[in-house]
Design a protein around this ligand. Structure first.
Ligand code: GLN
Length: 381
């Protein structure tokens, strides 16, 4: 075969996280780009995974996930959000949130459907919509604080709208949705068949108030697939264990895709997390842990000419660099990696039509020493 292979995603290249991490490695730069911790997870959690491997939990897990883990997730969800998903029919363990997002989109989006995303948005949403024949409708959040644009969101809804994807706490901006936003959304969607896909992977990394899960809002919960990930919560992004919660009729369709996408998720890791979840402090303490990191990073950044945006959740800090350069953000991010030795993520890549707002995203899920070394370099600018 010598002709060019037609691409289903002609305008998509390699994900920015891979591009920037590879460039950081090539240049020996400090990597504050891709979102992952550079410190270890709790040794006890790692020991649990090994213990379950030695116990022989090494074959396929049940397709929807092992029951003890689903039960613990149900208990956590009930305790935090007052919503009790049925472990048998309403919770599925997935191979990371990425798989859950794809399965949800593939389960519900068909040719010609419109799916609304709030831009900037996480990079996997748009390709997943397009691969399933959907049309991406981008509704911008209001910069510089990236609040929900209610007027624009209401105006974007048409008879073809199949789903809306929301994400709070929000990657890449660190903004969060308020109770008022959720109540407004409840009204907006009443009397529609629109499905809400709510990406809540940073539910345990929040610094302002409490997390407004859609599961706290019954009229939203009844139409939602809520997605989370243990990667963020327990510093184990490489384990790729996430989950989805949805009412049984939606979950039935979700599982039809999940069973042929990955079938099931790593068995010993599921058992380890299930046991680890027995102590709620383990996830309840994550916000204060990262708040300290955020504060340390922001304090250090005072020595630079970057201007920081409020970060209310996630482990990402947005910074405006207009005082330093007027280059487009991708050019500036590459230059910063190569010449200054600090890798970041340019925010324009989180838009369908790249916007030039001169923002970079810094990941502060790093040791204090890494953050200090990075800012020492940035302070030279
Ligand atoms: N979610 C992480 C980020 O935003 C990266 C995940 C990935 O590399 N796919 O940086």
């Amino acid at each position: 075969m010598n002709q060019a292979v037609p691409s289903k995603l002609p305008h998509i290249g390699t994900t920015i996280f891979t591009v920037m991490s590879a460039l950081a490695a090539e240049c020996g730069a400090i990597n504050l780009s891709q979102g992952f911790p550079d410190f270890g997870t709790d040794e006890h959690l790692a020991a649990l995974a090994y213990a379950y491997m030695k116990k022989g939990m090494n074959q396929y897990a049940p397709m929807p996930g092992i029951m003890p883990l689903r039960e613990r997730i149900a208990a956590k969800t009930e305790a935090l959000y007052g919503y009790s998903p049925h472990p048998e029919t309403e919770i599925t363990i997935t191979s990371g949130a990425t798989e859950a997002l794809y399965a949800a989109i593939a389960a519900f989006v068909t040719q010609g459907d419109e799916v609304i995303v709030l831009e900037p948005c996480y990079d996997s949403y748009m390709p997943a919509i397009e691969l399933n024949g959907g049309k991406v409708i981008g509704v911008p959040l209001i910069a510089p604080h990236f609040e929900l644009n209610r007027v624009a969101l209401a105006a974007a809804i048409t008879p073809c709208t199949r789903a809306i994807i929301i994400n709070s706490p929000h990657n890449p901006t660190g903004a969060i949705m308020s109770q008022a936003d959720m109540l407004w959304l409840e009204n907006l969607l009443s009397n529609t068949d629109i499905i809400l896909i709510s990406d809540e992977v940073y539910e345990h990394i929040i610094f302002a108030g409490t997390h407004e899960s859609v599961l706290k809002y019954p009229r939203l919960a009844e139409r939602s697939v809520v997605i989370s990930s243990f990667g963020k919560t327990f510093h184990i992004t490489g384990w790729k264990v996430g989950y989805a919660i949805a009412p049984a009729p939606l979950m039935r369709e979700f599982r039809k895709v999940h069973q042929f996408l990955t079938f099931s998720t790593a068995t010993p890791l599921q058992y380890a997390i299930a046991e680890y979840l027995q102590q709620p402090e383990r996830y309840l303490e994550v916000s204060s842990f990262y708040k300290q990191k955020r504060d340390t990073f922001c304090q250090l950044m005072q020595a630079t000419r970057f201007s920081l945006m409020p970060c209310k959740g996630t482990y990402f800090q947005l910074a405006n660099y207009s005082a330093i350069s007027s280059e487009p953000d991708t050019t500036f991010a590459i230059w910063l990696t190569k010449e200054i030795g600090v890798a970041t993520v340019p925010v324009s890549v989180f838009y369908r039509l790249p916007k030039q707002e001169h923002f970079l995203r810094f990941c502060f899920a790093k040791t204090d020493e890494t953050l200090e070394r990075a800012v020492e370099r940035l302070a030279k600018l």
